[in-house]
Design a protein. Structure first.
Length: 179
């Protein structure tokens, strides 16, 4: 009887361990940060029937060369972005990284935005946005809110976006104000 109890607790512990590992792997993958060690522990899924290949999206056009940073900026903020070629890509980056909190049109009108305290900046408020420099917006996006004394809820995206992509997002944000 004692050995059955030990066996059941071993099985329960193993199930809990596998559940936690799977939850962690799914969470990391959802954040786009899953690494090989988190996903390699799970056995590959065997399809029960032939699977049709998914349509492969066309690759994005090659990015333009990154300009050298201006000397007067101390190398902290790279030079301006070629807006014509980047705004469409920046809109997609904004939708992925920013719209969850700031809203698709910059109005900070999402359910998540309403739950945050302090609320996210409204990118559609031209009067306020004109008071912020491109360098400031670049730093906030790259290093997060804490880097400029703002909310730690504003995540740093420098690990996910290149400097060129961040400059493009700044240019896109400049298109959002209504006034």
């Amino acid at each position: 009887m004692m050995s059955k109890t030990i066996l059941r607790s071993d099985v329960a512990a193993r199930i809990l361990e596998l559940t936690l590992a799977l939850s962690l792997a799914l969470s990391l993958q959802a954040c786009g940060r899953a690494d090989d060690t988190a996903t390699s522990k799970a056995a590959p899924e065997q399809p029960s029937a032939p699977v049709e290949p998914a349509a492969t999206p066309e690759p994005a056009p090659a990015p333009a060369p990154t300009p050298e940073p201006a000397d007067d900026a101390g190398g902290a903020v790279p030079a301006a972005v070629d807006e014509a070629s980047s705004i469409a890509d920046a809109a997609q980056s904004y939708a992925i990284y920013c719209a969850t909190c700031h809203g698709a049109t910059g109005g900070a009108d999402t359910p998540i935005a309403q739950a945050l305290s302090p609320p996210p900046t409204r990118h559609d408020d031209g009067a306020y946005m004109r008071t912020l420099t491109d360098d400031y917006l670049f730093k906030v996006i790259k290093e997060g809110g804490v880097a400029v004394g703002k909310s730690p809820m504003m995540a740093p995206w420098g690990g996910s976006l290149s400097d060129e992509q961040i400059r493009a997002v700044v240019a896109f944000i400049r298109t959002l104000p209504k006034n």
